[in-house]
Ligand binder design. Sequence first.
Ligand SMILES: Cc1cc2nc3c(=O)[nH]c(=O)nc-3n(C[C@H](O)[C@H](O)[C@H](O)COP(=O)(O)OP(=O)(O)OC[C@H]3O[C@@H](n4cnc5c(N)ncnc54)[C@H](O)[C@@H]3O)c2cc1C
Length: 475
Amino acid sequence: MLMNRRHFLVAGAAAAAMPGRALGQVAAAGEVDVAIVGAGAAGLAAARRVASYGRTYALTEALDRAGGRAQTNATTFGLPFDLGADRLWGPRRNPLVEIARANGLDAATALRLQRVRIGSRDARDADAEDFASALSRANRAILTAGEQRTDIAAARAVPDIGDWLPTVSFLLGPTFSSKDLDEVSAADYARAEERDEEAVCRQGLGTILALAAVPLAVQHSTPVTEIDWSGRLITLATPRGTLRARAVVLTVSTAVLAGGTIRFKPGLPAALAGACQRLTLGSYNRIGIELAGNPLRLRDDERVVFKVPSPAAMTLRGRVGGTDLAVAGIGGRAGRELEQAGSAAMVAFVTDTLAAHYGAGIRKAIGRTFATRWGHEPTILGAVSAAPPGAQPMRRALAQPIDNRLFVAGEASHETQWGTVGGAWLSGERAADQALRAVGVAIPLPASPAPPAQPKPERTPKRRQPRRDDVPRRD
Ligand SMILES: Cc1cc2nc3c(=O)[nH]c(=O)nc-3n(C[C@H](O)[C@H](O)[C@H](O)COP(=O)(O)OP(=O)(O)OC[C@H]3O[C@@H](n4cnc5c(N)ncnc54)[C@H](O)[C@@H]3O)c2cc1C
């Protein structure tokens, strides 16, 4: 616990030591080359890119903080607790790893420790083997279905895996894409990049983004309410005044775009509006609980998978960073119902699950608790985008430039790294490059992908191939 607290303080000191000067210049007259809406991973990446070319930008954020769905809470438990993203997938090519290290933070590859709990005992070797086989068979079947010409719901591809079905469906569904498998396109699932390696940042993934924002001029608490792109310059209305820009990068979630809180004049093209309507966000939330004295006898950062009879499921990561903090994850339809019922219901679900598996005495060991409710955050409205059957091509539609002046970024617009911070970041850089080109900056077009004969293994994203031990995961 001390180690984490100290590391977090180091991160805080690093933030304080960053120069106050903003990267790039914000034009005094309120007219900028590129306006960026939203300061989550995509928006921060876009602003850094525009600033690095010496062009003017305005970066507006509705909330009083940057980071969006990556937020580290350091107050509730007195140590870093990531409320949203906490894993850096594909660390060898994840841009956030370099940013973490450049800011003096740790970003270390994480071991994957996991145990399966069946009723009141840990899984025996034979059970664990059954579970691994069921998980692998289901995953492979969805990947194979996703390669077929006709897209289907991932749930339809899952073979008979007996009484492991609800547990495996929870792991491959809500913990991966925040939706149940019957709502998930097998093609979208199959196109997602392999999550076979992960890194964690001891000071919190949200801290990385908070530090990435420090050298930028973020206009906090400045929601954009209207974007008028009928004239030569695009005007953006906010409660603090009107901005004018030659190009706009839009990074708000698809749920926010579909929700209509930003009015567009003229309205968004039908293809884009349709993509937002279909690439809806699912539900995934974390519940942090203090478990003094390691009553579950877990190793540091070990994940517990609970064998369940129904979709009402959760996972639990114990002893996060070697501390008394444990973090449960719930999601999908059952998780959404709990989220709607409120924080107390979410905590009660976690407590009851632990009591059912470890005995009622566990209740006494539970200290402080905190439940996120991303679906109720008006500027986010859910967890991550997951395409329903047939909607995988919508990701590309989302990323199409509008009138060569409006560019959509954000996790939903990345075809293979959707639902991740790394994908959001890369999409922000892509959209910023498009915007820069639109305002006359000579940026070379991206090179076409390397031919299969000469791949660059350390930088080239891998498509997910069926593998026995492939275990897609979010937590
Ligand atoms: C519980 C949970 C766990 C996750 N776990 C992981 C993980 O372990 N690893 C991983 O890689 N990914 C994870 N993710 C996904 C990851 O957090 C997201 O993919 C990523 O952070 C999205 O970034 P973004 O920039 O696309 O969008 P956002 O982070 O949503 O940023 C958009 C920003 O726009 C702002 N905004 C909205 N409306 C307006 C407006 N009108 N005007 C101005 N600003 C506005 C919002 O406040 C927000 O800050 C998780 C997500 C959740 C919810």
